[in-house]
Structure formats: C-alpha cells, structure tokens
Design a protein around this ligand. Sequence first.
Ligand code: APR
Ligand code: PHB
Length: 391
Amino acid sequence: MRTRVGIIGAGPAGLLLSHLLHLQGIESVVLEARSRDYVERRQRAGVVEHAVAETLRGAGVGGRMDREGLVHHGIELRFDGRAHHLDFPDLCGREVVIYAQTEIVKDLIARRLADGGKILFESRATAIEDIDAGSPHVRFTDGAAEQVLECDIVVACDGFHGIGRASLPAEVVRTFDKVYPFSWLGILADVPPSCDELIYAHSDRGFALHSMRSEQVSRLYLQVPNGTDTAEWSDERIWDELTARFALADGSWELKRGPITDKSITPMRSFVTEPMRHGSLFLAGDAAHIVPPTGAKGLNLAMHDVMLLAEALTAWDRDGSTTLLDSYSDDALRRVWRAEHFSYRMTTMLHPDPQGGDFERRLQISDLDRIAASRAAATEIAENYTGLPQV
Ligand code: APR
Ligand code: PHB
C-alpha cells in the first residue's frame, strides 16, 4: 500500500490533518489501532478555542458544533467561598465553544468517509522505518497479517501511548516531564448543568470543576489522590463532596444531582518532547506533548499542531518547498510551551497540594484575589484560555 502522507492515529489530530490535506488535494491514509466504535465513544475534553472553532467551520466540519455546541462567554472562578466571573468578550473579545472532543471525532470520521478517505480501523502500527532515507514506511497489523504502508511523510498522531515518539532516534530527543501529586475523578451525569458557564473551584477540600456536555448532561470533576479507584467513590459520596467544594459562603448556590452514567480517573501530567520532527517523521498532538486538563488546552494544542502541519505539507506538495516543514518543530514548540505554562499555572493555582500547608493555600487565594481585582491579571487568563496569544 502506498500514500503521500501516512497518518498514525484517528484522534482529533490525525483526523483533522487528513481532512485538511484532502481539501488541498493531498492523499493520506490513517491507521487506527482501535475500532470506530471505540474511538467514537471515548470521553475526553470539551472546550474548543475560538481559532480552532473557526478552522473547523472554514474546513466545512463545524455545522453540528454550531448547532449543538454551547458558546460560552466566560468562566467562573470560585475560591474562599466567593465567586468571580471572567467575562471573555469584555476582557479579550473572544469566546469558546463547549463541544465534546468525541463529537468532533465523530464529525471528522463521517466527513472523511463521505469524501472517500481511507481510515483503516483496527490497524495497529508496529514500526516506523527508514525515516532518514526519505521514503519511510509504516508496518501495521490488522490482527491477521502484517502489512506495509509506504509514504513520503509519516505523521504520528498516535497519542501519548503510541509508537511515534519512541521512533525518533534517542540521541536527538529530549523530554520534559512533571507528574502532579493528584488526579481528577470525572463523572458524566444525566442532569441539567447547575450553571451557565464552567466553574473552576478552589477549596480547602480540593479542586472541583463543573463543566457540561449539553443542556441535559453535566460533566464534573473532583481532585483526588493519585492511585484513587473509582470504586471508593459511591454516587452519593461524589455529590456530597462536589456540593461541599462548590459551596458559597452565603449559601446562595445549589448543585443539582442526577444519575451518574460514567466515572473515570485522569492522572495529571505535563510532558514535552523536543524536537517534534526527525527526517520524514513528524509528531503532532498528544504524541509529542500532554498538559494537565485544568487549562483545557490538550485538544486545542493538538489541533494547532496539525493546522501548522497542513499548511507546511501544502507548500511542500505544491512546489516542493520545505521551509515550513523545516520550521514546524520550532514553530509548534513555541505554542506548546506557552500552553504548558498556562496549564501549569491554572493547575498549581487551583489545586491545594496535599503536601503543602496553609502557607501555600494562602498564596493561592492571594493569586486568585489578584485575578478578581486586576483587569490586567484577568485579561491574561482570558486571553490564554480562549486562544494563546501569538508567539
Ligand atoms: N497504531 C495506530 N493507532 C494508534 C497507535 C498505533 N500504534 N497507538 C495509538 N493509536 C491511536 C489511538 O487509539 C488513538 O485513537 O492514536 C489515537 C490518538 O488519539 P488521541 O489520544 O485522541 O490524541 P490526539 O489526536 O493527539 O488528541 C489529543 O486527546 O487525550 C486527549 O487531552 C488530549 O484532548 C487532547 C487530545
Ligand atoms: C471538560 O468539559 O471535560 C473539561 C472542561 C474544562 C477543562 C477540562 C475538562 O479545563
């Protein structure tokens, strides 16, 4: 089998890249280890930055997002029993769309297949070879036989546990890693959200986040110790803990409860690989970097990587120019590090460190107080949340 661009992974990064290349007349094949059903059911993030939403619209795959997604004009920070609203249009003139990553994945798969695109599900890449030689190939197996995909370029969009990152020569790679001393317990519940916009809550009992998937489905998270098993958390215990963490001092807010349909644990980690390219192998999305979810940047960063790559591959396909391909890693990493910084800042500001004491908690409140009091500090959060400033 032969194609121009071999893409490993049918997550949002691989699928958007394949679609953007198709719009430019560039052929690709996507190899995906899992089944279509599995990929379409996976619960992931839900906040789409303004520029990413614009890209989806411009590429003709934003229709359902615009019909079913919820446009949010801000977030609420809750701390010390108080609520502070950040008004994004007022602070930075942008907004975000709440639309689940899994829905974006469904939209992109449907569109690729309707356009005759090749996505090979249940086809696991096992090796990426000859990336120095200029005619790389990917070995993959569909369970029955091993096959080979020959390409001009390979893009590994195969997530944090894929084979792409490990296929760069060890001597050229540097990695940067931070594991946080807490995780998130996430739930999906069949209950209308108790708020119009997301609430990020700092409390002495730990962080809590109120997000949503639709007018009928709420998505909520609790900071829990690493190694927590969802079996330790009954539905009642979860709702009681969420209620305690979101409580306002004047008692003016109530959390609605409903049937919990999903419980999962998300570890909190920051990770970056440098460079994001070697020879004819490029990394994009979680394959190259991950962020803790507090800044809602993981999905957006993955999309930005492939937006850059699609432009670079288009120039290369049109006139053989490699200028943008050559600068891809540096260009992508500048944004990646800004997202790492913002995600780290949001995470360390909002989660009481289980090893920290009153001093650290007081510092966090002081930091949050400054955001509530200073337009400049609030603008910085709003700008980063809705779309990182150009770097
Ligand atoms: N061969 C083929 N496919 C693979 C292989 C392999 N060896 N290894 C992994 N995959 C597939 C996975 O099954 C998955 O569908 O690659 C895909 C990677 O998708 P994502 O993990 O969604 O990564 P990405 O597209 O970069 O999107 C990043 O996902 O984890 C969230 O917070 C993160 O929102 C961000 C987004
Ligand atoms: C989500 O809706 O899943 C979500 C929202 C905001 C975040 C993280 C996750 O910061």
